[in-house]
Design a protein around this ligand. Structure first.
Ligand code: C2E
Ligand code: CA
Ligand code: CA
Ligand code: CA
Length: 287
């Protein structure tokens, strides 16, 4: 079955009854959107769990579609990866984030914001120009290498020689690499030996329900056990940790008890515009 979506997207209804975007058409739309400058970057604070000071941000891309409104990355990153458009889109996010982070550094000083992170797809790491691009963007923006965090997922890292070479080259430049969604892959532990990570981001799925002490004790205990194992491992290897997807003060308490010091999540701060981040940093400076 086929139906015309609101904004001219043809939606196909598959056998499960789930409407999915027609990827060929979405690819064309993305190309047009890139030419039309419809992508924007928002920033989610990374916060100290004690005292709630903002120490970093993660850049997240949004598509300001002329008729559909703001479209989240879950709806177009897969198509951007399939079509290869993630390469120019990723470059745009990289350039904007570095420019913005350098501006925050200039305005608020070296202690205001320790780092700015962004997501990198496997496809970008495969691009033979990626390392040179990053190097050029850093030079152009004036952002010091050690202020940049590149977040990669386990599945992206496990893609062979070319990716591995790129990751080691980035690490040797002083850029910090974060393993995103940590714990959800099949070989998280062995990966830490083979990959120059500086940070592990504990996946939201281990934070969900971590505060529950009764009701479903077994499930909560399993999550807590993973969260505990991850921080012990991180400490042993000298890695920083960030707990993701924190939605309640009870989760903050449970994570602090396990030794987590940094977190990210709607309870702490939602993704916001660069101007809103500036206001947060200004308010922090006055404290
Ligand atoms: P991610 O890298 O794991 O980013 C965190 C996602 O979780 C973001 O969703 C963020 O808005 C959301 N989030 C943060 N705190 C909470 C919370 O407390 N509860 C819940 N339910 N969600 C929370 P978003 O912005 O929709 O991004 C989804 C994914 O899209 C990202 O997951 C990342 O994998 C990808 N993505 C976003 N921007 C980019 C980009 O510029 N390049 C690439 N390659 N991927 C991107
Ligand atoms: Ca991420
Ligand atoms: Ca994540
Ligand atoms: Ca994720």
């Amino acid at each position: 079955a086929k139906q015309q979506g609101k904004a001219g997207f043809v939606r196909y209804v598959d056998g499960m009854g789930e409407p999915v975007l027609a990827h060929m058409q979405l690819g064309g739309e993305l190309r047009r959107a890139l030419d039309n400058d419809e992508f924007r970057v928002v920033y989610q604070p990374i916060v100290r769990l004690d005292g709630r000071r903002v120490i970093g941000v993660e850049a997240l891309v949004r598509w300001h579609h002329p008729t559909r409104g703001v479209v989240g990355p879950g709806e177009f990153i897969p198509a951007a990866e399939r079509t290869g458009l993630i390469v120019p889109l990723g470059r745009l996010v990289l350039r904007e984030t570095c420019r913005q982070a350098a501006a925050w550094l200039a305005e608020f000083g070296p202690d205001a914001l320790k780092e700015a992170g962004l997501n990198v797809s496997a496809r970008q790491l495969h691009d033979p120009d990626f390392v040179d691009d990053v190097s050029a963007v850093l030079a152009e923006s004036g952002l010091p290498c050690e202020r940049l965090v590149l977040e990669v997922t386990e599945s992206a890292v496990l893609r062979g020689q070319q990716v591995s070479r790129a990751l080691y080259a980035l690490d040797s430049m002083g850029i910090r690499l974060a393993l995103d969604d940590f714990g959800t892959g099949e070989s998280s532990l062995s990966l830490l030996r083979a990959f120059p990570a500086a940070i592990v981001k504990l996946d939201k799925s281990f934070v969900d329900g971590i505060e529950i002490d009764d009701g479903q004790p077994a499930a909560a205990d399993a999550r807590k056990a993973v969260a505990r194992a991850v921080i012990q491992l991180a400490h042993a290897l000298g890695l920083d940790t960030v707990a993701e997807g924190i939605e309640s003060p009870e989760q903050v308490a449970a994570l602090r008890e396990l030794g987590y010091t940094l977190g990210q999540g709607f309870h702490l701060a939602e993704p916001m515009s660069a101007d809103e981040i500036s206001r947060l940093l200004a308010a922090q400076q006055d404290q």
